[in-house]
Every structure is written in structure tokens, then in C-alpha cells.
Ligand binder design. Sequence first.
Ligand SMILES: Nc1ncnc2c1ncn2[C@@H]1O[C@H](COP(=O)(O)OP(=O)(O)O)[C@@H](O)[C@H]1O
Ligand SMILES: [Mg+2]
Length: 274
Amino acid sequence: MALIVLASASGSPWVTTTALGLALTWPRPVLLVEADPTGGSSVAAGYLRGQLVPPEAMLDLALAQQGGDLLETLARVSITLPGSHVAFVAGIRSHEQANSLVPLWEPLATTLRLLEDTGQDIIVDAGRLGLAGSPLPLLEQADLALLCTRTDLVSLAGARSWAATLKERFERAGATANLGLLLVGTGEPFTAREVTAVLDIPVVASVAWDPTTARVFSHGAPPPKPGIGQRLAGRAGIDDTALVRSMRAARSAITATIRDTTNQLSLTESGGAS
Ligand SMILES: Nc1ncnc2c1ncn2[C@@H]1O[C@H](COP(=O)(O)OP(=O)(O)O)[C@@H](O)[C@H]1O
Ligand SMILES: [Mg+2]
């Protein structure tokens, strides 16, 4: 259905937590790909706490792209995250492997686009932009590429130059509508409107600043226990947290944006054909 790629520009940008949280709260089967070239799979060490060791995926994929069997290899190297409908492809173990991924990104983007035709959504954690081996081709092929940032001055200053670079690249490709911002902690202190004015890219979605719940995703911390009010209302702990609620809203906003862009595109194409 859709290829959604999340990336960040600077600092400690919350991309892994957001990508994983979105995948775990996604209502349909979803493939989560860790394409961050930093190395040391955060999901394996964090969320899975090292208790489940995913297969070495990226190097196998890099080899497979030479033989042209990426699709089969993707199925072989992905694991299902326990208790979820998330298929997960782990990132490289060391940043030294990052350069060998450079030839992978373009064909992987094409293969992931094929996969979306089968009805599966794909969420990619592209990590921080500008690193050696960064998966820019995945961003550029995405139905929606999301630059993630907090809304304080330091984060915005860090995001500004990448926002300008991405905007220019997407504009040149005629794909402006496929680029958006995802804010972590809107209004702390700047609002979505203020951030859009500064970075000149529309805010597509926001997730809440919620350190306790974030640690469930980033470090495999136990889910928060439901309070008395939640128990009386029959609501489960993590589903009723600010972070998970905001992730569900973010997912709706993301899918609505992609739907609008696709509809717009088919209108333009049919208009062009007549
Ligand atoms: N929405 C959030 N609210 C509060 N803390 C968060 C949030 N998202 C992530 N964090 C915390 O920020 C830290 C870095 O998160 P992580 O997702 O690993 O960043 P990145 O992948 O960008 O390096 C972790 O300790 C995580 O618990
Ligand atoms: Mg990360």
C-alpha cells in the first residue's frame, strides 16, 4: 500500500522509537526496515533487549541485489516481532558495513515498491541523514518521506539545512507532496504552524513527548501499569498512553496524506490523458 520513510537531521532524534511505535500500532500487516547506517540494531538491543537475535539482514540483502533475488531474501531475513503483526528487517551491526549498503538502496526501493502492491505497508527507519551509507534513495522513492524533529530552537536549527536540501530535491523530482515533517512534542515550545513557517515543509503528523512510554519501544521497558481510572474504564495501560494515542492519530494523518497525494496524482494523470 505505502512506503513511508522516517529520517532525522541532527541530534538524538527519536526516529527509531517513532518508526517502531507506528509499526506496532499499525492496524494492518506492516514491514519495518531498519535502514539506519549507524550500525548496532536499536530494535534488537532496545525493544527486544537482545533476547531475540534477528538474522544478519542488510548484508544478505546487499549480496542478493547483485543476484537479483531481493524479494525472496527479504522474506528470509525478516522476523515477526513477538505478539505483533510487524515483520522486521534488522539493520547492520557495525557502521563499518555502511558503505556496502550504498548499491543496495536503489534496488531495495524498487523491491519495496513491488511489495506495497501486495497490500503491505512498509515503514523505514532511515536514521540520521548525511551519514556514510545513508538511504537517500529510499527517501526519494517513498510515498511519504518524513523528516522528524522536535520543536525547540536547537532541533529546528539542526533540521533547517536538511529541510532545505530535501525540499529542493523533491521539488526537482516533482514530488513535493511526498515530503513532510513529523514533529515529536509539538508546542514544546513551537507549534506546527511555526515549524512549517521556519522549515517550509508541511507538518503531516505529530507524536507526543512521553518519555515513560517511549522507553517501552526504545529500551524494552515494561509497559506502564494502568492507573485506577484506566482500570475502571477497562482500558489497557500502553494503549491509553499519550504516546500511543498520538501514534494512532499520526498513522491516520499519514495514511490520509498519502491517499490525498495518490488521488491528486491520478486526477492529474487522467486530466493529462484527456
Ligand atoms: N516521543 C518521545 N517522547 C519521549 N522520549 C522519547 C520519544 N521518542 C524517543 N524518546 C527517547 O529518546 C531516546 C532516543 O530515542 P531513539 O528512538 O532511539 O532515537 P534515534 O533512533 O533517533 O537515535 C530514547 O531514550 C527514547 O526513549
Ligand atoms: Mg535510531
